[in-house]
Design a protein around this ligand. Structure first.
Ligand code: GAP
Length: 456
């Protein structure tokens, strides 16, 4: 596991995973772009999720909703009223802080609502010692305007969570897909929150992606399905290459839960900057369907075929942050270890990303020993063949040792070396990223050999 976040940030930039957005203009307010390898890793995570939870189940269907929804959605969901963070400003240096974070740092349990006499931590700026303003509520939703005039009548919001689409489209999906309880609606999409203190690389940003399921159940079954999804999430964390000691499932107390939740378990990961939320699992009761039915006037119920009674389903909501998944995978995958060099008996330090093989940006790299034409002629058709079914890199620059190190650093599970012997025996050398063991494989068996090991 990586020891400091700086090491990971530097690797991500150096190797084209993630870098500051708009960097030629000096960056912009903790925004990040996923480079070629970051985009591959992120897409692999999303693909694995969709494959497992949508295609892999007969009780979940997918959805792709819009970011800007009718503003009444946010009235019904409670976001207009409740989706706030407590905020203080420094009157001197004008810096802005989250009050609950200041209390956290001071070791005080944040119970802001009941705090009559604020402690020193909420009166004095931690940066310059200046006076802080009283605590104010700050709504995290990004506001925008529909149409050319910036008038109150045209106000709309960028969605702060994907969940609401699943509730407002509930009837549409029931009608068109003939779903029977229990069933789920899944979505992967961007969400936007005007976070007061974004930071820690891609951990807290203002624009991020969520993978989310709203799983509709009969009220009496909620505990059973809560446990079901908890197990599914634990399995998922394991399959992301995260060991049991790197995360903890934490029961969230009533005063810390979101306004809609009757039970929440957070999956917290031990990031280099501390143990914090990775994923969440909530029992949202029938809060959302009831509120939308109330405000829209449209009945959002389910006719139970067994009892012939109409019921409002209850909801279990497992939620996975995409960007935090990328961060956790990278943190857990990062290893520094002594490894033999090309020189007999010598070792040096190698950085290797032991990313689960199915998630790695490249599944294999083709490395001809030199740029000579005869090797090219042998290696290029191999690359072309592998490209039909795998994502591969072709690299013929620098020494083979340096190329191995480069592929280790980006987590490529297999390096395929083509040397001058290959021209005679029609075999190639396949090196395993983790064990560094090398196998000599017949050229015509290569695709099969790799696909078997990559499970594709
Ligand atoms: N529908 C429930 C919901 O949105 P949430 O815990 O507020 O729950 C879901 O957010 C997930 O999104 C979190 O578990 C986390 O992984 C991720 N997330 C939340 N805020 C984020 C931010 N500012 N930056 C990056 N990821 C974030």
């Amino acid at each position: 596991m990586v020891q400091t976040l700086d090491k990971l940030v530097s690797l991500c930039k150096r190797r084209g995973f993630i870098f500051p957005s708009s960097e030629i203009y000096g960056g912009f307010s903790n925004t990040w772009d996923y480079g070629p390898l970051g985009a591959e890793l992120k897409n692999n995570i999303k693909r694995m999720w969709w494959r497992r939870f949508v295609h892999g189940r007969d009780d979940v269907v997918g959805l792709d909703g819009s970011v800007i929804m009718n503003p009444r959605v946010w009235e019904a969901s409670g976001h207009l009223e409740n989706f706030t963070d407590p905020l203080v400003d420094c009157k001197n240096c004008k810096r802005r802080f989250r009050a609950d974070h200041l209390l956290d740092v001071a070791g005080i349990k944040p119970e802001l609502g009941t705090m009559k006499h604020p402690p020193k931590a909420l009166k004095e700026c931690p940066e310059c010692g200046g006076e802080l303003t009283p605590v104010r509520k700050f709504n995290l939703m990004f506001k925008t305007f529909i149409g050319p005039v910036e008038a109150e009548t045209g106000v709309a919001y960028l969605r702060p969570e994907t969940a609401q689409t699943m509730f407002v489209d509930f009837k549409q999906i029931m009608d068109s897909m003939r779903m029977k309880l229990p069933f789920g609606i899944a979505q992967i999409g961007r969400s936007f929150r005007n976070e007061i203190t974004p930071g820690n690389f891609i951990f807290r940003t203002r624009e991020f992606e969520i993978m989310e399921i709203e799983y509709f159940v009969r009220e009496e079954d909620w505990e059973k399905y809560f446990e079901h999804w908890k197990t599914q999430m634990e399995r998922w964390v394991h399959d992301m290459g995260i060991s049991a000691k790197e995360f903890e499932a934490v029961e969230i107390s009533e005063d810390e839960r979101a306004h809609y939740s009757k039970r929440t378990v957070d999956f917290e990961y031990k990031y280099p900057f501390g143990q914090k939320e990775l994923y969440g699992l909530a029992y949202r009761t029938d809060f959302d369907l009831r509120r939308h039915a109330q405000l829209s006037g449209v009945e959002l119920s389910y006719l139970d075929p067994e009892t012939k009674k109409k019921i409002v389903p209850h909801v279990i909501e497992p939620t996975w942050g995409v960007d935090r998944s990328v961060l956790a995978v990278l943190c857990s995958a990062y290893h520094e270890e002594q490894a033999p060099t090309a020189e007999e008996g010598e070792t040096d330090m190698r950085v290797v990303l032991k990313i689960p093989k199915n998630l790695a940006p490249y599944q294999a790299a083709i490395l001809p020993l030199s740029k000579k034409d005869e090797l090219k002629k042998f290696a290029e058709p191999i690359a072309a063949e592998l490209r039909n079914s795998l994502v591969i890199d072709y690299d013929e620059t620098q020494s083979i040792g340096r190329r191995y190190r480069r592929q280790d650093e980006i987590g490529t599970p297999y390096c395929v070396t083509v040397d001058f012997d290959s021209l005679q025996d029609k075999k190639v050398t396949v090196r395993d990223r983790d064990t560094m063991k090398q196998d000599r494989i017949a050229r015509d068996q290569l695709t099969k050999y790799l696909k078997e090991r990559l499970h594709v």
